[in-house]
Design a protein around this ligand. Structure first.
Ligand SMILES: C[S@@+](CC[C@H](N)C(=O)[O-])C[C@H]1O[C@@H](n2cnc3c(N)ncnc32)[C@H](O)[C@@H]1O
Length: 346
């Protein structure tokens, strides 16, 4: 059995737990706290890193109970690491042989902090002596992480398994992070015969993730901006699911027939950069009524919303058309947002 800890978007604990159980039937979940899950499974590190709903996954080496986040407490856990022979035995076994260099990372509440230099040197020396890795603080082959949260709680020490290029370098402007998109799609419970719509497609992150990681019959991708639709057409040429893209106003989806869609997963304008001149209340109402028209009986909407209060007001007024099934509060690029799973009542 391998022991792992993975980090995920804060606010999504309950759905991430389900998603993990769905993907890994033999998983044994030891602990779920907001933003972190500890679990064991027979799935190897090479395969565990393929789970797309986590930010990062680590091979767990040691847990430190009830740790605070001040320098003294962090020094203490580094000292305990140095004194524990098992740590170096496990590092020696778990670090793939082709990795020659390492660095230590200390993350407190998702912010990297610099530890006391003396303690850091002692730990680095101990690792260098025990498992013949050299220190490279710039571009190491492997990172060894202490993961702590802001409140007093358990701290975890592990080997980082996931590696991805900084999102700012690979994602388009305004494109949602892949792990969030993956969970939005999962929430909609994709089925082989479903016809999906993303009426505010932007970069295309949602249809692309649906096609990469889930099943469905076809996807319709809509945006009001023709240049965005053209860009998405280029990006979606080799997807495994049939995708049709159209330039339309999603408040009036004239080309789509009544009851013709099963699922909508989408991220409408937030009224901040995109749509800052919109009257969001009117926009949400027209959008929801149009969604109601085109969705079939049992239709489902999974929607990411920037202005939760306004959106819920509009939904309340349309109480005979929609029912909220689930709601999650998250932060997207530091801004409060809500994910809503809604069913239509036809
Ligand atoms: C928040 S962005 C979507 C971002 C997308 N989820 C991504 O990850 O790239 C909203 C998109 O809705 C489009 N949009 C705004 N008003 C629209 C309307 N009335 N109908 C269709 N698309 C619209 C914008 O052009 C923009 O691309």
């Amino acid at each position: 059995m391998y022991m792992y800890f993975s980090t995920f978007i804060s606010g999504l604990s309950s759905i991430i737990e389900l998603q993990l159980k769905d993907c890994i039937p033999d998983v044994s979940i030891k602990l779920v706290q907001d933003g972190i899950i500890i679990y064991s499974t027979n799935i190897s590190p090479e395969d565990i890193v393929k789970l797309r709903f986590f930010n990062n996954t680590f091979s767990l080496v040691k847990t430190f109970k009830n740790t605070a986040t001040d320098t003294k407490s962090i020094n203490k856990i580094i000292k305990k690491t140095i004194e524990d022979k098992n740590v170096f035995y496990h590092l020696g076994k778990k670090i793939p042989k082709n990795n020659k260099s390492f660095r230590i990372v200390i993350s407190v509440g998702n912010i990297m902090i610099s530890p006391d230099k003396n303690m850091l040197y002692k730990l680095e020396n101990k690792i260098t002596d025990s498992i013949s890795l050299r220190v490279d603080r710039a571009i190491p082959d492997i990172e060894l992480w202490y993961f702590l949260r802001r409140e007093v709680s358990d701290a975890y020490f592990g080997i980082r398994l996931t590696r991805h290029t900084e999102y700012s370098k690979i994602l388009q402007k305004g494109e949602l992070h892949p792990e969030l998109v993956n969970t939005l799609c999962y929430l909609s419970d994709p089925q082989i015969n479903d016809i999906y719509l993303d009426p505010f497609v932007g970069s295309g992150a949602i249809p692309i993730e649906l096609s990469k990681s889930f099943v469905c019959k076809s996807i319709i991708a809509v945006d009001i901006d023709d240049s965005i639709v053209q860009r998405f057409k280029d990006r979606s040429q080799n997807l495994k699911i049939d995708v049709r893209s159209e330039c339309m106003d999603s408040l009036n989806l004239a080309n789509l027939k009544n009851n013709s869609m099963n699922k909508i997963v989408t991220d409408p304008p937030w009224g901040i950069n995109i749509g800052k001149d919109l009257n969001l209340e009117i926009f949400y109402k027209q959008m929801l009524l149009e969604f109601f028209r085109i969705l079939d009986v049992n239709g489902v909407i999974v929607i990411l919303i920037g202005n939760k209060e306004l959106f819920e007001n509009v939904l309340n007024k349309l109480y005979s058309f929609f029912k909220i099934i689930d709601q999650y509060n998250i932060l997207v690029s530091g801004k409060k947002a809500g994910i809503y799973k809604i069913s239509v009542m036809k």
